[in-house]
Design a protein around this ligand. Structure first.
Ligand code: ATP
Ligand code: MG
Length: 744
């Protein structure tokens, strides 16, 4: 009976794994175990093939869950992958390692903390904590912040770690600049070691060193992980590549990598698209499979994306096609300013929803996090639920980090970063002078701040008041440690909020802001409860430590997920790998996208173009592109021309959407003036643009007004007019036949 059921299950599962695959996908999923490269464009089923491959390996008995390690781009992708595999194979996949590079390296370190030279309770420093710590060390080392940017130092340290270089391993350098950086790096490494702190770059480096120093551990995992699968391979950096090739014993395990060179968008974080070719060179008998059929987007969206990416020179080259329907044209909206842009987006969302579609199929994408604020406000006013990925993530909010810092101190009082954050927050009379004294002693005697503080109190080297204040803090933490010892994670969190004074502090903050912070803190208790209830893999560590690591590692995905139907907001970078029926690409302006810093460097400009390609290819059914003629960002008004990327799109795929009035002054800015009129659509390919050969976004020269950018067309024949925003004098409407504009 049992056997019959099992066989029946297997047959069904088998069919499920390989049905709905095109011949190339089928080939990739069912290739005999070996090294595989799937190089393919956006939406061609790379991730899907990877998931089906795992299911197939399990189903065919080539692998057990224990022998599989899969690397995904986000933690969320990892959990989706697990769910999907479970559904395909029909059994649990417990024991399978699926996660991000950071997440997996973290897991190795937790299992082997002692051999990795770490304390059991080591904590992860996210990049903001890292920056704070670097600032403090620069101060100690008398490195002047006015001359040395802490961010630059941070970048220096991280890129050295990504190259596998410790401060002590760096060659002697006569350059005083490098020497100072090296000095801070060394002091930073020591501080991290003292406090049991591990930054993101350290996770991988430390993991590699663990393997180097303990070949028996490495060998164990090499035996175990016979199948390694990596999604989004185009964005791996040097150390990640080394990590993979070490673990796979340069090909003893079977590696499958999937990627798309056109979607490489992390070169600023050291990602090397050349790693794809390197893989082909260094791993034996790599079978390469290309997927060219796109299943995600309408033909119009796909053509738009293909045309854009053709403007890049440095490509491995491929052509995506689809059998899908033509779909709607891409709508381009020229907003007066960022508020107008946000209102337009909201208006379209409401329309979408009125048609009976859910919010969760919508994504609003932007180049820079700062753009989200206005959009958020407009969504709130319209009562549209939304969720932000990345940017100011839940676990990065100040009040959450305060609470986490207390929790971290409970787990590990030597955590200097946490100590610094809350020793005098909420204020408890511990002054800057006391802290300076403490830092100095800590640095001289190589102690953690916690230990240095206790020494100072014991030696009575402070004024009575200062000493009392500090002592009060120590007593508070120690007492909380005792009181929370037997509590569940959410009870512990609640206890910390009540007793640290944080909740009280934020309750005193007036208005909406304070309220939101209190709500966020309460949400943290919920997050703790959900975490405890969730199915965790690493049973080896305490729930508190597991939760703190989770908070630090959940990069970009971690606004508490309440499961509601809501619109998704995120940067283009964090949209990688995802898909949505309706996508808004906002702020598509020169200087913003492409980013100002990339405009003059061909390599970086190409990367921005790939980012735009990623954005466009997220859309399944409909895509809106918008730009604002005037934008207030970082407190300043900027006047941007439409992005060159818009001019690079195929005009036959675009349509301009307009408002009733062309120019609206902010002072008389009313909704009725700006209401979007869906019926009044004007195609980019108006007669005016046809006749003149001019295009939206083209740069032109006028004898009197100088250089400018085309922002609009109107009318036909003799009357055809064009709107040009001149660099010197602003916007003007000109009759094309008289204006004698020259394209430049
Ligand atoms: P990206 O480059 O954006 O990461 P991808 O290549 O990983 O994209 P997937 O996300 O795997 O692409 O697939 C894109 C969409 O196409 C998904 O909705 C997927 O389910 C669907 N899809 C892929 N292959 C097929 C197929 N053979 N039949 C039907 N749908 C498919
Ligand atoms: Mg994918």
């Amino acid at each position: 009976m049992h056997c019959v059921k099992l066989c029946y299950n297997l047959r069904v599962v088998n069919a499920q794994i390989t049905e709905n695959l095109n011949p190339e996908q089928y080939q990739a999923v069912t290739a005999e175990p070996g090294n595989l490269l799937v190089l393919a464009g956006a939406g061609s089923g790379k991730t899907r093939v990877l998931v089906h491959r795992i299911a197939w390996l399990l189903d065919q008995g080539y692998a057990t869950p224990l022998s599989i390690l899969a690397v995904t781009f986000t933690n969320k992708a990892a959990s989706e992958m697990r769910g999907r595999i479970e559904q395909l194979v029909g059994v649990g996949n417990h024991g399978m390692w699926v996660g991000t590079f950071h997440g997996l390296a973290h897991r190795f370190l937790r299992m082997h903390w002692r051999d990795a030279g770490l304390p059991e309770m080591f904590q992860i420093l996210d990049s903001e904590d890292q920056l704070r710590l670097i600032r403090r060390i620069m101060k100690e080392q008398a490195v002047d912040e006015d001359h040395w940017s802490p961010r630059q130092v941070q970048g220096f340290i991280n890129s050295r770690k990504d190259e596998g270089l410790r401060a002590t391993q760096m060659p002697e350098n006569s350059n005083p600049f490098i020497r100072t950086m090296q000095r801070v790096y060394l002091a930073y490494e020591q501080a991290c070691q003292r406090g049991g702190l591990v930054d993101f770059a350290e996770l991988l480096l430390r993991n590699l060193e663990l393997w180097q120093h303990h070949p028996e551990i490495l060998s164990h995992y090499q035996q175990r992980f016979r199948h390694i699968l990596v999604d989004e391979f185009q964005d791996t950096n040097g150390i990640q590549y080394t990590w993979l090739s070490t673990l796979s014993r340069q090909g003893a395990a079977h590696i499958m990598i999937v990627g798309d060179d056109d979607q490489s968008i992390y070169s600023w974080r050291g990602a090397k698209v050349e790693n794809i070719r390197r893989f082909q060179r260094e791993f034996s008998d790599v079978k390469t499979i290309a997927l060219e059929q796109n299943y995600r987007s309408t033909a119009t969206i796909l053509k738009t994306a293909n045309t854009l990416i053709h403007h890049n020179d440095d490509r491995l080259g491929k052509n995506l096609w689809t059998e899908g329907e033509q779909g709607e044209p891409i709508s381009v909206y020229a907003a007066f300013n960022e508020i107008d842009e946000a209102r337009f987006i909201v208006d379209r969302i409401q329309y979408w929803q009125q048609q009976g579609n859910p919010y969760q199929q919508i994504a609003i994408l932007y180049r820079s996090n700062a753009q989200s604020r206005v959009i958020e406000e407009t969504l709130i006013n319209a009562d549209i639920p939304y969720k932000i990925h990345g940017g100011m993530r839940f676990f990065e909010r100040a009040e959450i980090k305060d609470a986490l810092a207390y929790m971290r101190l409970l787990a590990n009082p030597n955590d200097d970063a946490a100590f610094e954050r809350v020793v005098n927050f909420p204020t408890r009379g511990i002054g800057e002078r006391t802290l300076q004294f403490l830092r100095q002693l800590a640095s001289e005697q190589q102690l953690s701040l916690w230990t240095a503080g206790q020494t100072i109190v014991e030696q009575q080297s402070l004024s009575a008041r200062a000493s009392q204040a500090l002592n009060h803090f120590f007593a508070l933490i120690t007492q909380m440690q005792t009181d929370t010892d037997k509590l569940s994670l959410d009870e512990l969190c609640d206890h910390v909020l009540q007793h640290s004074g944080l909740l009280e502090h934020y309750r005193q903050v007036k208005g909406e802001k304070g309220l939101a912070k209190v709500e966020n803190l309460e949400e943290l208790v919920t997050a703790c409860r959900q975490f405890e209830e969730s199915d965790r893999d690493d049973d080896a560590i305490t729930p508190l430590t597991a939760f703190l690591s989770h908070a630090a590692l959940e990069a970009g995905e971690a606004q508490a997920d309440n499961g509601n139907d809501c619109v998704q907001l995120m940067t283009l970078h964090s949209a990688k790998g995802l898909e949505f029926a309706l996508v808004f690409l906002s702020g598509v302006e020169e200087g913003l996208f492409p980013h100002q810093m990339s405009i003059n460097e061909p390599g970086r400009l190409e990367e921005e173009r790939r980012l735009c390609y990623v954005g466009i290819t997220r859309a399944m059914q409909q895509l809106y592109i918008s730009y604002a003629e005037q934008r207030r960002l970082h407190g300043r008004d900027a006047y941007h021309a439409p992005s060159r990327f818009i001019a690079e799109l195929p005009s036959e795929c675009l349509q301009e959407v307009r408002m009733r009035s062309t120019i609206v002054r902010p002072s008389s800015y009313h909704r009725q003036h700006t209401a979007y009129q869906p019926k009044k659509r004007i195609s980019f390919e108006t007669d005016a643009s046809h006749q003149s050969g001019l295009k939206m976004g083209s740069q032109v020269y006028h004898q009197r007004f100088g250089e400018g950018t085309i922002t609009d067309f109107d009318g036909q024949g003799e009357q055809a007019r064009v709107q040009v925003r001149f660099n010197r004098i602003g916007s003007k409407w000109l009759v094309i036949s008289y204006a004698k504009l020259q394209a430049i």
